[in-house]
Design a protein around this ligand. Sequence first.
Ligand code: ATP
Ligand code: MG
Length: 386
Amino acid sequence: MAHLNLSGLKKSYDGKQVVHGIDMEILEGEFIVIVGPSGCGKSTLLRMIAGLEDISGGELLIDGQCMNDVEPSQRGCAMVFQNYALYPHMTVRQNIGYPLKVARIPKADIQRRVEAVAATLALTDYLDRRPAQLSGGQRQRVAMGRAIVREPGVFLFDEPLSNLDAKLRVDMRIEIRRLHRRLKATSIFVTHDQVEAMTLADRLIVMNGGRIAQIGTPAEVYARPASTFVASFMGAPAMNLFEAATLNERCVKLKNCEDWVTEAGFRLPPAGHGVTVGIRPEDVAISLNGKGLAARIELIEELGGSRVAYCSRGALACAAMLPRDIDFSEDQTVFLNFPASAIHLFDQEGARFQEDKSNNDGNSAQADKSFYTGVKDALAVMTGTE
Ligand SMILES: Nc1ncnc2c1ncn2[C@@H]1O[C@H](COP(=O)(O)OP(=O)(O)OP(=O)(O)O)[C@@H](O)[C@H]1O
Ligand SMILES: [Mg+2]
């Protein structure tokens, strides 16, 4: 198990910077997931840690030791890639044992360690097969075995499940989580799949454009996304984001729906400032009871365990999860309510308002009381001109 410190880690290719100074600490035994869109620098960051890419700036410490110029083989990291590149002419036993053979470990030790790893990964029955005689998931387990057998301080995974079908991905995800629970090795796992990220991580690093957009536990990142980028990236269907403006230093009104107003519960910029209002589809209350914002269901998407309705009201588009106990249909008129406690507010640059402490300062009840939807006189009530 190892402990990592990244400080101001940068990477440039031909003078063009692609990783812009990453600062973070990774604790012993932690399972960290780096998630972000394609090209945001996830693999580059991982490869710098592994030593497969030079570090252009900043410092990488593993267990307090500077690793910037240390050979990959001396860093105590083992990496598992998307294309697991097993040696086709070797058996499973030889593939798993290969790193130990290269390290000139005695044969008897190699055999013992390979068999222990194979048992951990439920590969004992396949030890004498070649990769071509295995399923995708079994091959992926062999690749993991080859990493585990070295007993590294740090596991680095670069999208190791991307080549697997949906069912196998889920199985392997659970397998990796179990394995981590048993081995407790510090792990850094790269993916652009947000479900994988949410389910595997002790802590998530959300990256965007070579920078950290947010670090936190999956629950924290989901509940309090630091920006509109994180809000729309984590969560499926994505959080609804509505253009809005401040009405005064307390209240916000939606741009395409002037009769919807909410009170922030903290001090906002003066009237007329652009603001983004966010609400997750599962937090939208949708009903047929005539109360709230009238909207039309344009499309219903069946997700198996749940259904999502894509609704519109003029220029306002809103996704909402449908309750199971009411029959909804496309083209139907429905009523939307946005509970104040579920509202996220972001400033003009897309950053979450710093003052937003509504989850923990006890003010949320107050915010709930002063919240109105679809009520024409809400403006008067909330601006005190009643
Ligand atoms: N060897 C290279 N030379 C020049 N540019 C590179 C090189 N490797 C990566 N890049 C650039 O660096 C940026 C980050 O790439 P990286 O592979 O780290 O992205 P990623 O987040 O892993 O994306 P993906 O999800 O598609 O794997 C990209 O803009 C990419 O084009
Ligand atoms: Mg990549």
